[in-house]
Design a protein around this ligand. Structure first.
Ligand SMILES: Cc1cc2nc3c(=O)[nH]c(=O)nc-3n(C[C@H](O)[C@H](O)[C@H](O)COP(=O)(O)O)c2cc1C
Length: 121
């Protein structure tokens, strides 16, 4: 979808100001040891300590997994409950690597978020 700028960033490079400046925050994270990475937790912790206001922004989470897939669920729960974001209700979970159907779901999620941004602005 045209007219929506996308910034791709690695979690340890993301600052609270980056989060504050975005209309939508989409976090991709594989599940390792039933959890998200420490660097993603630190990204959220830094934003919380600085009191960054993310309430009302669009949020979503996706990620690959092998058998339990907690990371995207945990991230979505933090976006909704700690930061009071307007989240896409279900995280997008892809087992190991996406096939064509999985890639289509990823694109559909991106399109859904872009449309919500365009509608809100
Ligand atoms: C050391 C290790 C721990 C893992 N722990 C989990 C886990 O707790 N739950 C789960 O669903 N998948 C787990 N997986 C599977 C990964 O989530 C899966 O391989 C995923 O596709 C990795 O994504 P990546 O290739 O982008 O790193 C684990 C994989 C490894 C190698």
């Amino acid at each position: 979808m045209s007219g929506v700028d996308v910034q791709l960033s690695i979690d340890f490079e993301v600052t609270p100001a980056d989060l504050a400046g975005a209309d939508a925050i989409v976090v991709g994270m594989p599940t390792y040891h039933h959890d998200m990475t420490q660097s993603t937790k630190k990204m959220f912790e830094d934003a919380a300590v600085q009191g960054v206001a993310l309430n009302g922004k669009i949020g979503a989470a996706f990620g690959s997994y092998g058998w339990s897939g907690e990371a995207p669920r945990l991230i979505l729960e933090i976006l909704a409950n700690k930061f009071e974001m307007d989240v896409v209700k279900q995280p997008l979970l892809i087992k190991y690597a996406p096939d064509d159907a999985g890639l289509a779901k990823c694109r559909a999620l991106g399109r859904q978020i872009a449309e919500r941004i365009a509608t809100a602005s």
